[in-house]
Design a protein around this ligand. Structure first.
Ligand SMILES: O=C(O)CCC(=O)C(=O)O
Ligand SMILES: [Fe+2]
Length: 425
């Protein structure tokens, strides 16, 4: 007992100089140790949870131990895809790398972030930006066309189809010669004993026009919606295709395409299902003979001329001016003008190549606000230079899966029946 007291006293004496430090540790350490270990534990648990779910997230519990500044940083950088997407600098639309005009790799690399940003933007916009529904009472599409189309959906007859066709102008007719093989029983007339070859002149309707396909209200709401995507979202958007540099690629399945399941996507789905596909099948029954041919759509907007928002552009007016002659990667294309009635422009007529066998001629068309042209993708076309103003159009291509475009024609007996044309197959 005595010994132990002496030892304790000696120890006390030895430790005496350290006493202030020990006191300080007793006061400070428990609290520090508790704070650190608890926040550490939470983080470890959450880290484990997120690993299990294969997602990397910082939870609110883990961030509660952070300073306000740190937390803001986490909120911005980790959660806010919109802020991250807005910071990206996309490759200029004019850039060409290894022959690739669309910088596909860059869009692929940022595709997941951009899609999340669109979803986030949609959630923020939901209250303010919607489109009127595209149902039978829709104010978007010419009422009398709409009525006839819905009547034909209810009763798919040739008469009802004919009523719709009368509302469209046939604006381009080509004459092509087609060689047909006919079975014969007269062996002397040919060498293979079984067929005779016949040259037939065939008239082929190529382009149809509907002057006021979209109502003035329809043009206005679609433009507002699309302009908001372009100018308000701040999310980088990929050029619409290899030829057009300015406009929106509206296909969410293509890296860099506008996503987020916005009202425009729903509008396009219904427009394609209820109008473009059955109209394409009924105007071009020799080419749209199977649902495999027109099952998919690819939609984009195009803009010719300056919009004053494009400092990176190097073209004379800050936008595209013309489009070279081409055929589309589609079986059917619908091209609708989205200029507001008072948005005037000169030049920029769309031309189609009229093929009369020996002779090929260009036929030009001017778009007016809301005008739609429906044509085969294979019919060659382009647009002449814009002289002044701006032209905005919405283009929808129909094709098969994986971009498959069928070009050969179907014989009469292979073609879809009227009820098949107006069905969801
Ligand atoms: O409206 C135009 O200028 C034609 C657009 C076009 O043909 C296309 O983008 O494929
Ligand atoms: Fe085209």
């Amino acid at each position: 007992m005595r010994v132990s007291m002496i030892v304790t006293c000696n120890l006390c004496l030895a430790l005496r100089p350290l006493l202030p430090l020990m006191l300080l540790l007793i006061i400070v350490l428990p609290d520090r140790t508790f704070t650190m270990s608890s926040s550490f534990q939470v983080e470890r648990i959450e880290e484990q949870k997120s690993k299990d779910n294969n997602v990397v997230v910082l939870t609110r519990d883990a961030t509660s131990a952070m300073t306000e500044e740190q937390q803001e940083c986490v909120n911005d950088e980790q959660y806010d895809y919109l802020i991250q997407a807005r910071k990206l600098i996309p490759p200029p639309v004019e850039s060409i790398e290894n022959g690739d005009t669309e910088s596909a790799d860059w869009w692929m690399e940022h595709s997941a972030l951009l899609q999340r940003a669109w979803t986030q933007w949609h959630q923020q916009q939901q209250q303010q930006r919607s489109l009127p529904p595209l149902n039978v009472n829709s104010i978007l599409i010419d009422h009398s066309l709409h009525r006839d189309v819905y009547q034909t959906w209810k009763e798919p007859t040739l008469e009802n189809e004919e009523r719709i066709h009368r509302k469209w102008e046939e604006v381009l007719l080509s004459t092509t010669s087609k060689t047909t093989m006919t079975k014969t029983t007269m062996p002397i007339l040919n060498y293979d004993n079984d067929t005779i070859k016949q040259e037939q002149e065939q008239e082929q309707h190529e382009v149809f026009r509907y002057q006021n396909f979209l109502t003035p209200e329809g043009v206005q709401v679609l433009r507002d919606h699309l302009d908001s995507i372009t100018y308000d979202s701040g999310i980088p958007t990929r050029r619409p295709n290899a030829m057009n540099r300015h406009g929106l690629l509206l296909d969410p399945t293509v890296p860099g395409g506008v996503g987020g399941n916005l009202p425009i996507h729903n509008f396009l789905d219904i427009l394609v299902r209820d109008f473009v596909r059955p109209l394409g099948r009924s105007f071009f029954p020799t080419f749209c003979g199977n649902s495999e041919d027109d099952i998919k759509h690819y939609a984009f907007t195009i803009r010719y001329g300056d919009d004053g928002h494009d400092p990176l552009s190097t073209t004379e007016t800050g936008g595209d001016l013309e489009l070279k002659e081409h055929s589309d990667a589609s079986i059917i294309s619908l091209n609708i003008n989205l200029n507001l009635p008072d948005e005037e422009y000169t030049g920029s007529s769309l031309y189609f190549v009229q093929d009369d066998g020996d002779k090929k001629e260009r036929r030009e068309f001017n778009f007016e606000s809301g005008t739609a042209l429906l044509h085969r993708g294979m019919t060659r076309h382009g647009s002449i230079p814009l002289q002044s103003g701006q032209r905005n159009n919405l283009v929808i291509w129909l094709h098969g899966k994986d971009g498959y475009v069928r070009t050969s024609s179907y014989e009469k007996h292979e073609q879809l029946t009227v009820s098949e044309r107006w069905s969801f197959i």
